[in-house]
Structure formats: structure tokens, C-alpha cells
Design a protein around this ligand. Structure first.
Ligand SMILES: N[C@@H](CCC(=O)N[C@@H](CS)C(=O)NCC(=O)O)C(=O)O
Length: 215
């Protein structure tokens, strides 16, 4: 059995953060596929009792430890491996600041937007999509501005804040109806720097369940 197990599925940018970190640090890990769209396993009372009371993916299992919330998982893995770890208290707080902003306002809006556009039955109400798109544009512009003239979000090296921010940003533009790398060039250039890190893989390669219906 591998050292780490990660509950995840290919379409989850939230889970991608943890999967990417595991790969980038060269961890011995196995994905555990969650049938999110079919059976909705994460909504069952068994899942909430045995796996994650919050009813979410990702979940990282490491021996007797079971961790949820990608920010917590990234922090744990950075502390254990010493990789992508902010270097001092100021960097730690700065990384946390960007991870919270990301979870709430960047990928926190991109995830539901993409879900409503591609996977929801019936598809999302256009007014809801328009509201989310407005918030997404405003918040991606903030991230883009942060990255102008900088290599990474927190320092001159990539940290867990950068890994967190990648969540939904590598999924195909067709799934959003706009191209983030073209609309936000500093984000596009930063995504290319992240893509060049040894161990980088696309979410559809790294986690099981793509294309839908193949598991
Ligand atoms: N802030 C959480 C977000 C996790 C999250 O929302 N995951 C989605 C899958 S992408 C989920 O499990 N949603 C539960 C549901 O919609 O039933 C994290 O970063 O881990």
C-alpha cells in the first residue's frame, strides 16, 4: 500500500491542489476515485461518518491521519517534506492570505461556475453564471496584478500558495467559455512556470475519472 491515499476525481480542481503537491514532492501516493457525479458518494451519510464530515473531496489519508481542506493538506505536506514551504513567519502568513483568497474568491467561484456550465443537470441559470463570471473577472484581475513583475505569489520560489492557486486554472478554456491565459497574461506566464516544475501533470492525467463515465 502506498504511503498516502488521496480521495479525488479528475474534474476536481480542489483535489488537484493536493494531487499536484503529492506529485511535485515525489510522494508515494495512490488516488481513491470518488464517484462525485454519478452516485454522489460524498453526499452519503457513510461518507460523512467514515471519510469526511464536511462531505467534500479532497481527503488525504496518511496512516491514522485523515486530513481535509486542501489548504490544510498542503500545509501538512509542506511541513513533512520541507518542499514548497514558506520560509519564515512573514511568508507563512502571506501564503495563508493568498490561499484563503483563492479558496474563497478565485477558485472558490471558478469551481461552481464550471460545474454549473458543464456538469449540473439542469445547467446553471444564466443570471447565476453571469454573477459568478463578474466575481471571477474581478478576482483573476487581482491575481494577475499580483503576478506582474513577480515569479510566484509569495516569494521568488513557488510555495503552497502557488500550488493552491492552480486548482481550476489548467482545465480547458472550452469548459469555462473564456481563456484565462489569454485574458490574464501574467497568470498565463506563471502557469507556464508552474507547468515546468518536475512532477507537474495535468489534472486529467493525475486523477482518475476522465473522461466522465469511464470508471
Ligand atoms: N475548500 C475546500 C473545497 C472542497 C470542495 O468544495 N470540494 C468539492 C469537490 S471539487 C466537493 O467535494 N463538494 C461537495 C459537494 O458539492 O457535494 C478545499 O479546498 O478542500
Amino acid at each position: 500500500m502506498s504511503e498516502y491515499q488521496l480521495y479525488c476525481f479528475a474534474q476536481s480542481g480542489n483535489a488537484y491542489r493536493a494531487a499536484l503537491m503529492l506529485n511535485l514532492i515525489g510522494a508515494d501516493w495512490t488516488p481513491v476515485w470518488i464517484d462525485f457525479f454519478g452516485k454522489g458518494v460524498q453526499r452519503t451519510s457513510e461518507y460523512r461518518t467514515d471519510v469526511n464530515e464536511m462531505g467534500e473531496v479532497p481527503v488525504l489519508v496518511h496512516g491514522k491521519k485523515r486530513l481535509t481542506q486542501s489548504g490544510v493538506i498542503l500545509t501538512y505536506l509542506a511541513r513533512r517534506s520541507g518542499k514548497f514551504k514558506p520560509e519564515n513567519e512573514d511568508e507563512e502568513l502571506e501564503a495563508l492570505r493568498w490561499m484563503i483568497f483563492d479558496n474563497q474568491k478565485v477558485n472558490g467561484f471558478l469551481g461552481p461556475f464550471r460545474f454549473l456550465k458543464n456538469f449540473a443537470k439542469p445547467p446553471g441559470d444564466p443570471a447565476v453564471l453571469a454573477f459568478l463570471k463578474g466575481r471571477i473577472d474581478g478576482n483573476l484581475a487581482i491575481v494577475n496584478k499580483r503576478l506582474v513583475g513577480r515569479q510566484y505569489l509569495v516569494s521568488d520560489k513557488p510555495t503552497i500558495a502557488d500550488i493552491s492557486m492552480t486548482a481550476y486554472l489548467y482545465y480547458p478554456p472550452e469548459e469555462f467559455g473564456f481563456d484565462i491565459t489569454k485574458d490574464y497574461p501574467a497568470i498565463g506566464a506563471w502557469l507556464e512556470r508552474m507547468r515546468a516544475l518536475p512532477g507537474w501533470k495535468h489534472p486529467y492525467e493525475l486523477m482518475p475519472g476522465f473522461p466522465l463515465g469511464k470508471n
